[in-house]
Design a protein around this ligand. Sequence first.
Ligand code: SF4
Ligand code: SF4
Length: 75
Amino acid sequence: MINNKRRGRIVKTNFIEFDASKCEACWKCISSCQSCVIGKIDIFFHKHARIIKSDACKGCLKCTKVCAYGALVRI
Ligand code: SF4
Ligand code: SF4
């Protein structure tokens, strides 16, 4: 069951908001998240991070600190 809260290309957990339209696919957020909340879509001409386990987000905000493009922000 998909339980992410979706609005266009915006996906939220209880603590952070991800905007796929701003993502530059650097993958830093994926390695920063110890709860494995963030995954990726990595196919030809379609690459961006993806919230895959929103319920697991603990709100540590590490992902928002490593994202240089403003794609991950605190709610
Ligand atoms: S706030 Fe922390 S737990 Fe939540 S997605 Fe970001 S790095 Fe992972
Ligand atoms: S750190 Fe930001 S730009 Fe890099 S993959 Fe994650 S959301 Fe995208």
